[in-house]
Write a protein that binds this ligand. Sequence first.
Ligand SMILES: Nc1ncnc2c1ncn2[C@@H]1O[C@H](COP(=O)(O)OP(=O)(O)OP(=O)(O)O)[C@@H](O)[C@H]1O
Length: 267
Amino acid sequence: MTTNKGNIILSDVSKIYSNGTVGLEDINLTFNHGEFVMIVGLSGSGKSTLLRAINRLHDVSTGTILINGEDITNASGNKLHKLRRSVAMIFQNYNLVKTSSVYRNVMSGRVGYYPAWKSAFGIFTKEDKAMAVANLKRVNLLDKYYVKAKDLSGGQQQRVGIARAMMQEPSVILADEPVSGLDPKTTKLVMNDLKRLNEEDGITIVLNVHSIGLALKYASRIVGLKNGRIVYDKFIEDVDKRDFKEIYREAGDLSDNGEADDEPNNP
Ligand SMILES: Nc1ncnc2c1ncn2[C@@H]1O[C@H](COP(=O)(O)OP(=O)(O)OP(=O)(O)O)[C@@H](O)[C@H]1O
């Protein structure tokens, strides 16, 4: 039996913001189960718009997006709720409740499985509490269980964000510049956590990044955006480093291409 789990298909997707700005134009892309896709492009090229369209944080103007074989662009009610649950999101600014404990933040990833009143009172099953412990272990932060999010470093907060994402039992993780602002060593820890989830759990990962160095090091596929359009799409084995000059050239800005990152090596 074939399964669509972890597949994302965008067909003829465009996004025009209400002020007339074109966020995305004629995007046709298929991400398959288990891919680690890194989206590169200059600031304003449409990377965040793409991720927000995939989990329907905003509506697209035209086109359709299938997640696990189901159309999220027209979904509502229970169907939308279930589709969103299968797509976890990791944010640049971590999006944690800073005054809450690590445990509470991680458990909040589970609320999609509970009626609102139960999660509001923090009523979770033993199994789900055990899942929180297991996910904190996976990101090596179990010792921070009771610590408030605000007392963690940026890298630790992002890894709590990853543990929280895992509580959704997602088939897809969307990560919007999850390592921007982190130092190279911490970046490596966060990226290695994501790579491990991708390889061990087969979770499809779509990750926005400014750094070409990081994309070359971790991606199984690299997609380049410019002005809301796809200008590059290659599997890592077909990538030539020189290709990226093309993506960045027109803006005349090669300073932000990530070559200052640590050299590619095995994660
Ligand atoms: N809410 C909005 N309203 C109007 N225009 C927007 C909105 N959000 C984004 N845009 C515009 O859409 C285009 C794509 O923006 P987007 O944030 O997707 O780019 P990006 O590649 O993620 O940039 P960055 O790397 O800086 O995060 C830009 O021209 C941006 O100004």
